[in-house]
Design a protein around this ligand. Structure first.
Ligand code: DSN
Length: 413
């Protein structure tokens, strides 16, 4: 099959080879990225991409659904079992659609949503002013303190003022565990629903390495499937049974058309993998690797947002640590083979395209089999790359060490 593509479209084929080589020879430290399983890639590249399946198993708009129903039933059953959810929808095309379906399904336009401040780790789809969601719903914000603790008396004061219909927690750049019971108490006090977007930490929850909001009575959790879960790009909406029908109708016909059944087949495979005992070990190693990486960075003088991590990521304040804007740090790191991304820090005075920090995460490095010694080495390489940015010899040495580390721990690409 690859030979046919190579012969027919060498430009695309060469770009695929180039990307495979980049993923193999660079160290992926972007916390939202990972290497999926070969079995998932196989399921993705199948004839299910040919099929339209609007609707849900047993109730579709088109015929020919014998096998699509098989995979969607398996995917939803596996998702429910893995997260302990009463209802699962596996059709959301990815994270943004996934979160929109919850807002549209459970709320009315104009309703208030209480969500985390974006510079403190909240996400674009949690009502960033540049998103369409901010034109439809009224978002209000809470923050964490410098250690990452959330003051729930303050959250409650805000909630009493803005009377949210939904209390939303979750993050794309917050290195600490959240106190889900605290959010639930606030929501109950003002009669709001609760939603946690656990996209980054879905794999940690599935593997028992992080708290599960559903254990604290949350109404809905959402997670993308391609981050710590190691699946294909997609989204899960997991909820209490009473919201299942509203969520399903919100996904289809509310927001989306035909589900991507090849993706759903691949999600089902990833969920089967995540239920295996080895995945618990993997999830635990993601967290222990992040702690070792954080310790190594702190020992070398880097300043971390909240001073450390409980999960899979760390945020380095590169302005405070190295006198470098995040965008410049990202470029310098990429030049030596360390893939990171610039990141706002709490109350960042810089815009997102410049940012005062970078975000690092351990899911992909852990997939490569790296452990504590390698995380300490990565902390060292990271600091040397930024501190000795004007020293060509040192930067060449760092680049060579990154390549050697990647060669010793091959990525499954
Ligand atoms: N793009 C993902 C992330 O990097 O966190 C979520 O939007």
């Amino acid at each position: 099959m690859r030979d046919r593509l190579r012969a027919y479209d060498p430009e695309i084929f060469d770009a695929i080879l180039g990307e495979e080589n980049r993923q193999q020879t660079e160290l992926e430290l972007i916390p939202s990225e990972n290497y999926t399983y070969p079995e998932v890639l196989t399921a993705l590249g199948t004839v299910f991409t040919n099929k339209y399946s609007e609707g849900y198993p047993g109730n579709r708009y088109y015929g020919g659904q014998t096998y699509t129903d098989v995979i969607e039933r398996l995917a939803t059953a596996r998702a429910r079992a893995l997260f302990g959810a009463e209802h699962a929808n596996v059709q959301a095309l990815s994270g943004a659609a996934m979160n929109q379906t919850v807002y549209y399904g459970l709320l009315e336009p104009g309703d208030s949503i209480l969500a985390m401040d974006l510079t403190h780790g909240g996400h674009l789809t949690h009502g960033s002013p540049v998103s369409h969601m901010a034109r439809v719903f009224s978002f209000h914000r809470y923050k964490a303190d410098a250690s990452g603790r959330i003051d729930f008396d303050e959250v409650q004061r805000i909630a009493e003022k803005v009377r949210p219909k939904l209390v939303l927690c979750g993050h794309s750049s917050f290195p600490r565990d959240l106190d889900y019971a605290g959010f639930k108490r606030v929501a109950d006090a003002v009669g709001a629903l609760t939603m946690a977007d656990v996209s980054h930490i879905g794999g940690l929850i599935a593997g028992g390495a992080g708290p599960n909001p559903l254990d604290h009575g949350f109404d809905v959790i959402t997670t993308t499937t391609h981050k710590s879960l190691r699946g294909p790009r997609g989204g899960l909406v997991l909820s209490r049974a009473e919201f299942g029908r509203r969520i399903d109708r919100s996904v289809f016909p509310g927001l989306q058309g035909g589900p991507h059944m090849h993706t759903i087949a691949a999600i089902a495979v990833a969920l089967k993998k995540a239920a295996e005992p080895e995945f618990r070990d993997y999830a635990a190693r993601i967290v222990s690797n992040a702690r070792t990486l954080a310790d190594g960075l702190i020992e070398r003088g880097a300043e971390l947002v909240t001073g450390g991590t409980d999960n899979h990521l760390v945020v380095v304040d590169t302005v405070a640590s190295f006198g470098l804007e995040g965008r410049h740090a990202q470029r310098l790191l990429e030049e030596v083979g360390l893939a990171t991304n610039k990141q706002l820090v709490p109350d960042d005075p810089l815009p997102a395209q410049r940012a005062s920090g970078v975000r690092l995460g351990t899911p992909a490095a852990t997939t490569r089999g790296m452990g504590d010694p390698e995380m300490t080495a990565v902390a060292d390489l990271f600091v040397r790359a930024l501190r000795h940015r004007d020293d060509t010899g040192e930067r060449d040495a760092v680049r060579a060490e990154v390549r050697e580390l990647c060669a010793r721990f091959p990525a499954p690409v």
